[in-house]
Structure formats: C-alpha cells, structure tokens
Design a protein around this ligand. Sequence first.
Ligand code: PRX
Length: 642
Amino acid sequence: MGLRAQVQRSLEDREGFWAEQAKLIDWQTAPQTILDYSRPPFARWYPDGTTNLCHNAVDRHLPTLADSAALIYVSTETGQERTYTFAELHQEVMTMAAILQAQDVKQGDRVLIYMPMVPEAVFMMLACVRIGAIHSVVFGGFASVSLATRIDDATPKVIVSADAGMRAGKVVPYKGLLDEAINLAQHQPKQVLMLDRGLATLELKPGRDLDLAPLRAQYAAAQVPVEWLPADAPSYILYTSGTTGKPKGVQRDTGGYAVALATSMRDIYCGAPGETYFSTSDIGWVVGHSYIVYGPLIAGMATVLYEGTPLRPDAGILWQLVERYKVSVMFSAPTAVRVLRKQDPSWLKRYDLSSLKALFLAGEPLDEPTAAWIGEGLGRPIIDNYWQTETGWPILSVAHGLEPTPTRLGSPGMPMVGYNVQLLHEQSGEPIGDNEKGVLAIVPPLPPGCMQTIWGDDARFVKTYFDSIPGRMVYSTFDWGIRDADGYYFILGRTDDVINVAGHRLGTREIEESINSHNAVAECAVVGKADSLKGQVAVGFAVLKDPVRYSEASAKLTLEGEVMALVDKQLGAVARPSRVYFISVLPKTRSGKVLRRAIQALCEGRDAGDLTTIEDAQALDQVREALGQAMGVSGEGTSARS
Ligand code: PRX
C-alpha cells in the first residue's frame, strides 16, 4: 500500500492500523484497547498493555543478535573506540540498573543525566527505562541556570554526570557547572553519580557524590530483570523551549513510543537488523533519544555514538566512519552539511560508501543548495524529515519503506502515518488552500510516540498546544507551512519566539532573561537572524539603566563581551548571541509588546512590516542605526565589533 493510502487508512481506521503496528514490538500483556481518547486532547495509547522499552531495545534481540554490534562508540576527542555487542550492552545496562536500585531509585523516580557523548550515558538511559525510572537527559552544552531550572522541574532523586566532555580538542568541564546548578536549585538530589573520565579534576562532595567506577565493579555481574510497565507509564522527560522563559518538560510514554519508533524505522528509515545506523546528533536532543538510542536498537541495528565534530581530525571523518562500520542509514542536520560544504568536496569521494542507503537530515530547514550539493556528492537519496521534540518522530517526510516517493528540493515531504496534518489560517482557524501560507497543525488525537503532556502541568499542555488557534482544538506546531498542489509541504519558520541555531532549538525569552540579569541592563529583546551557516543566530538589543556610563564605544564593547559571557555561563555557549546592541528604547506596541518580528526583519535587511500598532516609531530607527553602524554603512562607524 502506498504512503497516501496508508496515511488515509491510519486516520480512518486508527485503532485497526495501530493495533497492527503494535505487533512490531514485544508486549508482556498485549493491549486489548488500542486508544483511550475519553479525555481529549490527552491520548492514551495501548492503555491496558504492558511492555518495556529496554526489553524491546536490548533483551529482545539476545536470541538472534547477542554477538552482533549494538553500540559503537567513537570519540575522536579522546581517541576511544569500542563496540558493545547486544550481550555486552545488556550486561552494562543491568549493572547501571543495579547501581540505580542501590540508590533506592524506583519506578516513577526521576534520574537526571547530564553527560557528554559517552557509552555510560546510553547505559544509564536504558537502565532507567529498564526499571521504570524516568530519565531526563540535559544537553551537555547547557550551563548552570538551564540545568538548575530543569533540576527544579524534574526533581530527580539521582543525577548522573561526568567530570568533563571534550569538544574540538578542548576539555569542557561539567562538574563545576553541575555543582553551581545544584546550588542554584531549590530541589536537592539525594545522590550524584560521577563518571570520572580523567579529563578534569573531580572533587566529590562527601555524602552526596559517588564515583561510578567502584559501583560498576561491585555490580559488574548484576542481573536485573525488566520491570513490565503499563504502556502509558512515562519513559522520559525532555525539556524544550517555547515562548516563555520556562522550558517545557515534554513527557513521553513507553508503549506508544516503542511502536511509533518501530514503525518509523521500517517505513521511513528503512533499517534492518544487523545493519548500522549513524546519527550525528547528541543524546541531549530528541533526535538523540529517538534515533541514536531507542529507534535503531528497537530495530535491532547497531548504533554509532560519536563524540566529535564533522571536521576533526579532518573533513572526511564522518565518511570514514560510514566506511569502517558499514553504515546503512545516516542522520544529521543541515548545519553539519553546510560546514562540510566549505571544505574540499573530494572528502566525499575518498571512502567506500557503498553500504549507505540514504542520508536523513532534520532539525532545521534544509536549503536547496545544501541538499543538492550533498545529494550529488554522495550519490544517495537525501531525505529531509520534519518533526519536533514534542512529536518524537517525523511528521513530514517520505516513506521509502512504503513506496519510493520522489523527494522535492526544499520540502521535507508529506504527512507520515498517524498524523492528520492541516494548514490553518492563523486568525480564522479555517483550513487554507494549496500554495497558501498557514499554521501547520495536527488534528488530535496525536499518534503514538508523541508527547503525553507537559511534565507536571496538564493545563499548560492544553493551553500551550491546543488553545492557540481560534475556535479549534488542534495541536499547533508553531511552524508556518505551505503545501503545493502535489501535496508536498514546505516549512517557512516559526510562528512563535523560538529560534533554531545550528539545529539547536532555543527560546529567545530564556536568552532575554539571562541578558536582563546583567545589572547594567534594564530590558532587552532577542531575535533570530538568518545565518548562512547556522540557519539562525541570536541577536540581542538591550536598553541600559545608565546609558551615559556606556556612551564610549570602548565601554560598549566591554559590556557587550560581558553580556555574552553571562549568557554563556548561565545558559551555555549555544545560546550566546552573536551580537548585543545597545539602544535607548525597545520598539513596542502601544500595549507594551516588543515588536520582535519587526526587529528581526530589520536585522535581515527586510522591511519592518506592519507598524500600525507601534508606540514610538523612532525606536525602530535606533535599531536601524545600531545595525547600520555595525554594517559600517552609517557615517559614524563606531560599532563595537564591525
Ligand atoms: O521549526 C521546526 C524545526 O525545528 C523545530 C523542532 O525542533 P526540535 O524540537 O529540536 O526537534 C527537532 C526534531 C528533528 C520545528 O518546530 N524543524 C525541525 N525539522 C525541520 C524543521 N524545520 C524545517 N525542516 C525540517 N526538516
């Protein structure tokens, strides 16, 4: 059955369709009820089934794949390289599970994982879901304030971390940031388990911090059976940014997630047991959860966990790994490809890539030149896929496992099974026609694998996602989209204040709060500006409490550096604005709302758009002036960094 027919069937006979997909995974108790939708928009998939994610990712494969590769660890930063078979992975996970149990971690307890790309992070994730604990992985690039917010929201019993990560040859210490975060947080974990990689000095706080090494030795042969869980037991919380400064804890279930991933691995990624999957993402992001850890393993594939960049030791490293491990499915982000595109194109030709079936790209818009360049260079299909932390697996793509649908440059494709996608008019909420711009929405119930709720806040879940389009209870993706006459969708950017820097999703509100915490700053606005390499970069405009003090260009320059360093320290380098400009008033509406879209337009050299509601039109002149100076077009040319 072709993709469109299959999508139609999945919507018309929802329960029949997902009952069939449920057979792709192992159940302890097979579900009799497929969907409980008695409390819209909350969808409970397979509510009376019991299963376990770790069982499906690991134990299930032992009879057939025990001695086959499961986790292939490569660090070009430390030079470490090691393959774990399914049997070895199984033992490592049981060891970690025993360690967690020894810390009194029980079903439903949260475990926060703040770790670099090391195998122990994957063992811990799988150990949590094995015993029914809920993991919350925090991206290692986040700093103390980001981490503290997440600690307070997830209230973990245990935190697992490491002395340091490494990036581009530099040691990135974690422990100091973690200690600072725990100091800032209200909630205190009972125990902190530390992996000592020997990269940075590691001071353990007596009574709270434990070295993982002796515990691993102690529990090296531990046998910990899987805990059979109701399908709707939460498996993890993953924080993501939205319009407010407070990140949302996306809560995922167990059974629905396993089924959705298995379906996607068969239909979209087309991976087979015994093959190798290589995603260049990070375990701190949703791609890492779904398509480094759970998806490939559920499909019985080996998965590559890579600590390193696409350029070290040289620009051929990714392809060298494809050759060495006979990677059949690869997943990356457009930014990584744009980085490679700046290098010698012959790097794409130096290795035997015959194992590779396709390269999947996601996380940010895939521009046509980038897609065309890598497609020609590799001679393989380049498959864009569009989705979100909230959905956990692709909303739009093509499904070569169902039929060989041609891709279209600039388009991530069409709706995947289970997603009732509509483009709606922003104000009226009415569906719009072909080639018209609308908000990309999903008519609920959301399919299996999508978020269950916002951790601890059902009301916020409903209000944030299902209450933004007038008169209709539909899930908003907060992305603009357009559909052509052949049913291909195109994504045109966010409708909210979320920005996307090198595939990293960031909330401008969080960055603003960080800038505002500098004592020289009265208020500020942060917008995303188009960038040819990173997709977008953050740019800040701050109003100072005492502008006279900073009237000299040199004082502004110092302050700009300070503000950037502050964001770096609080949120992490990913959130650091590329520039911070100082102006005396922010452009606002008469009701006091900052005109971010107008500021963004000016940053990108576009017209500021509809300004009928502006309070003080001169404020925009200040933005123009600040940018003009920076670009060196103004007569003064005194900008801090031009
Ligand atoms: O704006 C869309 C953009 O990234 C957002 C989701 O980011 P995140 O929650 O980090 O999940 C990434 C999962 C791949 C979306 O709302 N986005 C993601 N994929 C694409 C995309 N924009 C355009 N094309 C894509 N393929």
